[in-house]
Design a protein around this ligand. Structure first.
Ligand SMILES: Nc1nc2c(ncn2[C@@H]2O[C@H](COP(=O)(O)OP(=O)(O)OP(=O)(O)O)[C@@H](O)[C@H]2O)c(=O)[nH]1
Length: 531
């Protein structure tokens, strides 16, 4: 390499009449052969630039040592100036040397951009719309470019490098971009998550896949809008109301109100558990107002809501607490699973939240889980708690509870009882005993006997009230599980028949899902109307 530069910078032409001395020729001859010189990797451009005064320092191909070695070689093979003249060697002029160096630099300047053509935009594959910069003259092509390119076959790929496509990987690329969009890049978590260093040599994956460690996204905080009680009631009664109003609308589509439609409506309302009495009230009112006229489903819903409200108003009463009694005793009874324990917890939350001192007594001595469940509610609601061992006498516990509540000056004592089927005489007798024992401690106790009713049981709830009323003297009702049932109409039938106060209704398992019973709200919700 250095030798080629030397060849360019120095002319070895000598006057013919002055032959080179044989000794000198011998000394020069072996060193004039390229193969005898140490050769760097890039024998043409970089080193020549270096020697020609170009930016040698910038071109460090890692062969620094080689360059130093070449310098040594050059100095060892370069004859001194006076020696050259002695040898008849005539140095090129400075201008000639510069011209040679410039020529080499030009070759490199032209060659480099060609060699750096991005493989993804191959020549000849420009879109037709895009003007060819060479054709338009925007990019002036050097006249000798072809020649230069020919000289550098290894540096200019004849064919552009193909980017491997999904086809190459045996995958369908018909609708695939060559570069997958952000989020589908290998090594990048989907959804633009934190970037993950792609593994070297990782394959191009189909859409919907990503490589790298699983990125755990933080749980999005979903703020639930706070619903009003009426909204929750409507949601809870949605199944009941949609079934009812759907059937009514179907019945009154393009029909005048006649005897037949009235009879159909009455049947429909009875099947919806509203009870015969309420069904007849609705049809009578409808007939008196609209007989022989066109009637819409909404007309019927409004009249139905109005009649239901009339039935419910007398029973929608607040639970009266006589706080002259310390404690006011509430005995909670009902069939298994109707929601006694849960309802006690919800009531305790309301009462202790209002500043009353409450004691909860675990009178369901049949179920260990029931005792534990009530203890949890007592802790949650900061209420006093009294329990006994499994299988112990429930009446005895009721007695102890009253004594303790009195001693602790509790305002309210709520006694849980075991669920029992109304036809189990033995269990019903035990319930009677609890009532008797409490009556011995305070002639008015229990002051309130609350029965929980599960709305999903439908017509069966009517007979449950009948029996518990006779055995335990039930004097108030709470209907639970009005949410998710299509049988909410049963509350209307029970109210019409027993005329017992309905204090609260439950529309869910949460502590806030128990609210005072409001006749108008319930009537509107069940008829699918607004407040
Ligand atoms: N969806 C819904 N579930 C309720 C409601 N009230 C109570 N529950 C659920 O009904 C189930 C039974 O409730 P409990 O309070 O254990 O009933 P219980 O009458 O004490 O049961 P026993 O001790 O077996 O007699 C529980 O899973 C409660 O969470 C309500 O209003 N709506």
């Amino acid at each position: 390499m250095a030798l080629s530069f030397i060849k360019k910078v120095f002319t070895f032409g000598k006057p013919a009449e002055e032959p080179v001395p044989a000794a000198v020729e011998r000394e020069l001859e072996p060193r004039s052969r390229d193969e005898d010189l140490p050769v760097a990797d890039d024998p043409v451009l970089a080193e020549e630039m270096d020697t020609a005064g170009g930016p040698a320092a910038d071109i460090d191909d890692g062969g620094g040592e080689a360059a130093v070695a070449e310098d040594d070689v050059e100095s060892s093979i370069l004859p001194a100036a006076d020696q050259l003249s002695d040898m008849g060697v005539v140095p090129l002029s400075l201008l000639e040397a510069e011209a040679a160096a410039e020529a080499e630099a030009e070759i490199q300047a032209v060659a480099e951009p060609v060699a750096e053509q991005p493989p993804s935009v191959p020549l000849g594959h420009l879109p037709h719309e895009a003007a060819d910069p060479v054709e338009t003259g925007a990019l002036e092509q050097p006249a000798d470019l072809e020649e230069i390119v020919e000289k550098l076959p290894e540096e200019v790929p004849a064919e552009p490098e193909e980017i491997p496509t999904e086809d190459d990987a045996g995958l369908d690329s018909s609708s695939q971009p060559i570069s997958p969009p952000v989020g589908e890049m290998p090594g990048r978590a989907e959804g633009g998550g934190p970037e993950v260093e792609p593994e070297t040599g990782s394959p191009i994956l189909p859409r919907g896949f990503a490589t790298g460690p699983k990125v755990v996204e933080p749980e999005p905080v979903v703020l639930q809008p706070k619903l009003s009680w009426f909204q929750r009631l409507r949601n809870g009664l949605a199944r009941t109301s949609s079934q009812l109003t759907g059937q009514i609308t179907a019945l009154f589509t393009k029909r005048k109100l006649d005897d037949e439609t009235l009879q159909d409506l009455e049947d429909l309302l009875i099947q919806a558990d509203l009870g015969v009495e309420t069904a007849m009230r609705v049809t009578d009112t409808l007939a008196s107002e609209r007989y022989g006229k066109d009637v819409t489903g909404e007309d019927v819903s409004r009249i139905m809501a109005s009649e239901i409200a009339k039935v419910l108003k007398p029973v929608a009463r607040p639970l009266q607490l006589d706080l002259s009694h310390k404690p006011h005793v509430i005995l909670v009874v009902g069939v298994n699973g109707t929601g006694k324990t849960t309802t006690i917890g919800k009531l305790a939350a309301k009462l202790s939240g209002a500043g009353l001192k409450v004691m909860l007594a675990a009178g369901d001595t049949f179920r260990a889980a029931a005792i534990e469940q009530l203890k949890i509610w007592a802790d949650r609601t900061k209420s006093e708690f009294i329990g006994t061992k499994l299988g112990a006498d429930a009446a005895g516990l009721a007695y102890d509870a009253f004594e303790q509540a009195k001693a602790k000056k509790c305002d309210v004592l709520i006694v849980d009882t075991a669920g029992r089927l109304q036809n189990k005489a033995e269990l019903m007798a035990e319930l009677e005993k609890i009532v008797r024992v409490l009556g011995k401690l305070d002639p008015d106790a229990p002051h309130t006997v609350l029965q929980t009713l599960d709305a999903t049981t439908g017509q069966n709830a009517l007979s449950q009230v009948e029996i518990f009323r006779n055995v335990a003297g039930v004097n108030g009702l709470i209907m639970t599980k009005l949410d998710g049932t299509a049988r909410g109409g049963i509350l209307v039938a029970i109210s019409a028949k027993h005329k017992l106060p309905v204090y609260f209704i439950g529309v869910g398992e949460g502590v806030e899902d128990l609210e005072p019973f409001e006749a108008e709200d319930f009537a509107h919700a069940i008829a699918g109307l607004g407040q």
